[in-house]
Write a protein that binds this ligand. Structure first.
Ligand SMILES: Cc1cc2nc3c(=O)[nH]c(=O)nc-3n(C[C@H](O)[C@H](O)[C@H](O)COP(=O)(O)O)c2cc1C
Length: 176
């Protein structure tokens, strides 16, 4: 029977959504069935063999949709292979990468039952125009976002390579 994967994402400015789309497309190209849905619209995991979850980091925390999704679906998620990714750093600076990684790991530690075989961090995109309340926070001179230029450090080759590598691991029964 065909392996059915859910790729569920949260995204505020659209960059994580585009990464989730690329991951779903890569899984489909490799012969899996992959549904793409915003996390907040997912009602049930019934019918899915495995789940890929992706969300950005904001203000040191994983997007609240991701935290809510994990909290709400814990019983269903422990029964399936689950893999997670986050978008965070908006430059390739080593310190920023490390700090985003630490933020992501701290968030994941809140869910000790979640044993993803990989928790991948990708570079993200800092938007050209921030919306309220982010625009207000960034207007404060003390904010790390103050005067921050837009950037896009999403590494599409790495993203596709990671998705291709998931194919074997997302088969049910492979994660124990
Ligand atoms: C207001 C704001 C706050 C952010 N805070 C963090 C942060 O604390 N840590 C981090 O790693 N990335 C942070 N980022 C970077 C985002 O995670 C990155 O821009 C991501 O690609 C946004 O995803 P989205 O377009 O799907 O919303 C922040 C970005 C913005 C715009």
């Amino acid at each position: 029977m065909e392996t059915k994967i859910l790729v569920a994402y949260a995204s505020k400015y659209g960059s994580t959504e585009e990464v989730a789309e690329a991951i779903a497309a890569a899984l489909r190209e490799r012969g899996l069935s992959a549904d793409l849905q915003p996390m907040r619209k997912v009602r049930t995991l019934e019918g899915y063999d495995a789940v890929v979850l992706g969300a950005p980091i904001y203000y040191g925390f994983w997007h609240t949709d991701a935290v809510n999704f994990l909290t709400k679906n814990d019983a269903a998620l422990v029964q399936r292979p689950v893999t997670v990714f986050a978008l965070g750093p908006t430059s390739t600076d080593g310190n920023e990468m490390q700090s985003s990684r630490a933020q992501f790991d701290k968030e994941l530690a809140k869910f000790p039952w979640l044993k993803p075989f990989v928790a991948k961090l990708f570079g993200g995109r800092f938007p050209t125009k921030l919306r309220f309340p982010d625009s207000m926070v960034a207007a404060l001179p003390a904010s790390p976002m103050h005067g921050k230029p837009s950037s896009d450090v999403r590494d599409w080759i790495a993203i596709r390579a990671w998705a291709n590598g998931l194919v074997a691991q997302l088969q049910p029964g492979m994660h124990q």
